[in-house]
Design a protein around this ligand. Structure first.
Ligand SMILES: [Zn+2]
Length: 493
């Protein structure tokens, strides 16, 4: 997956090898090879630009040569051509385009942003803006978190109550500044019904088309067996007890999860995945797997019967069986499953991708076992954490971590992984949960510019990273995101 930097032998004014330099170059993520030359192109780009297919260029890679009278783009995939244009857009200023030769390709193929519409619904307009910002930063995966204890956000035609009932909760916690962990105000319900908030299948098609045009793959997430209370609220028979609930008005992890012993629940989830697979053209579907308390399963006759019948190792074995079942179900539809790192407890099949969130350990273990992994450890990839800027007006979840821009910039997805296993690390992503983001503006503040730092970690080879220069470029990118995309960006301090 590593792309060696190539320095060409064109007429060279400045050869940059290692750290990127040159005030003219404001590109994020930093290209992997740049030769700066004398002169500036000041003509009409549309008239002067030419394109060439070159099969020797890696997937998503490109070569961009700017001379005083011409611009040449070479690529082997449409994504590479698209990224050349993103680079060109960032090189361009009122003075023109500086003459350069750039040979570039990404370090990792999974460069993701996680988008949570469940705790607070961010909505289509905000999402489309973010897809634009992602494209500019050469990010190519949107992991879309659509189902939760607090809300079900995707229309499923076969089960209309999922959105009729599951997309409305009876309130939300009162906003408070959580800098004091002993603060209990968090647990007060504002008693204002929240919803209905969800995406119709037509909305989703529109988002997918927008993303596809920007070479972004959307990975939908249907959480199972945990984080299922909104679905169980709509259809109580999906749980172990048949009790009627409301989607939760507060945050946390519900003990009421999908019943692993009920064949009707399994059939329901297959039906949901049928519609999801039909709707999303991407090759991967996320099936959750995190934070599934087993209390209800321990006293459920159906769950216990399944464990006994199949000779499973207790309740963890039952979750492993479910992961395996739905992984195979997705495979029968030509899709690959990804799950949070808890799925490693159930010995997932070799084709299953592990998303390492509780630290890098899940990804390290996955690679050792021969499974592919996506690195998104809380530190430094959870962007719902405090970012350490002065006078920050917004609140954050408080794990005692301060994930600064610089800390994000230190992310290396292959740290701690032996070289021969590094090919299993597909890449990484920034995760932004919405418990403490009440609206898109707060959410964007947490995403940007920290997501620019993660984007560079996922695209740019280690030897080409340079924190002081990134900080300078990030200021340029931040202005661009504010000016062109109307995105609320945190300051760079
Ligand atoms: Zn059960």
């Amino acid at each position: 997956m590593k792309t060696p930097a190539k320095i060409t032998t064109a007429a060279i004014a400045v050869v940059v090898c290692g750290a990127i330099q040159g005030a003219a170059l404001n590109v994020i993520p930093a290209p992997n090879s740049i030769v700066e030359k004398e002169g500036v192109f000041t003509g009409n780009i549309a008239e002067a630009i030419s394109y060439e297919m070159d099969g020797a260029i890696p997937e998503e890679g490109y070569r961009l040569v700017v001379e005083t009278n011409s611009l040449k783009v070479a690529y082997s995939t449409e994504a590479g051509k698209f990224y050349a244009m993103q680079t060109l857009a960032q090189l361009r200023s009122q003075e023109g385009v500086p003459c350069v030769e750039i040979v570039d390709a990404p370090r990792f193929k999974w460069r993701g942003v996680h988008w949570d519409d469940c705790r607070h619904f961010m909505g289509k307009e905000a999402l489309l803006k973010t897809l634009d910002a992602m494209a500019l930063n050469k990010l190519n995966v949107l992991h879309w978190h659509l189902t939760e204890d607090q809300g079900w956000r995707i229309e499923i035609k076969k089960y209309p109550r999922l959105t009729e009932v599951g997309s409305i909760r009876p309130g939300s916690p009162l906003p408070v500044v959580l800098k004091d962990p002993s603060c209990q105000t968090y647990w007060q319900n504002n008693n204002i019904p929240y919803g209905p908030f969800y995406y119709t299948q037509e909305d989703i098609k529109e988002v997918i088309a927008y993303a596809t045009a920007r070479h972004i793959t959307i990975i939908p997430e249907i959480e199972l067996p945990g984080h299922a209370l909104a679905a169980i609220s709509a259809y109580p028979q999906l749980g172990c007890t048949g009790e009627q609930f409301d989607p939760w008005w507060h945050w946390g992890v519900s003990e009421h999860i999908f019943c692993g012993g009920n064949d009707d629940t399994i059939k329901f989830l297959e039906d949901v995945l049928d519609e999801v697979c039909e709707l999303f053209p991407g090759p991967i579907v996320h099936i959750g797997g995190d934070e599934a308390p087993k209390k209800a399963w321990k006293s459920c006759p159906k769950c216990q019967a399944r464990i006994k019948e199949l000779g499973l190792e207790g309740e963890e074995g039952l979750q492993g069986w479910m992961t395996d079942h739905f992984t195979k179900y997705l495979a029968s539809k030509g899709k690959r499953a990804v799950g949070w790192d808890e799925i490693l407890d159930g010995n997932p099949g070799k084709d299953t991708i592990v998303m390492s969130w509780r630290g890098p350990g899940g990804g390290i273990n996955a690679a050792k076992r021969g499974n592919d992994a996506v690195m998104t450890p809380i530190d430094p990839c959870y962007l719902d954490q405090v970012q350490g800027i002065a006078d920050d007006p917004y609140e954050y979840i408080n794990y005692g971590l301060v994930i600064t821009l610089e800390r994000c910039y230190g992310f290396n997805p292959t740290a701690g992984i032996p070289e021969e296993e590094q090919a299993h690390i597909l890449g990484g992503q920034g995760n932004n949960w919405t418990e403490y983001s009440w609206n898109p503006s707060e959410y964007e503040w947490k995403l940007w510019p920290r997501m620019c730092a993660l984007a560079e970690c996922l695209w740019t080879n280690l030897e080409n990273k340079d924190w002081p220069d990134f900080k300078r470029r990030a200021a340029v990118m931040r202005s661009r995101l504010i000016r062109e995309r109307h995105i609320n960006c945190a300051p760079i301090e």
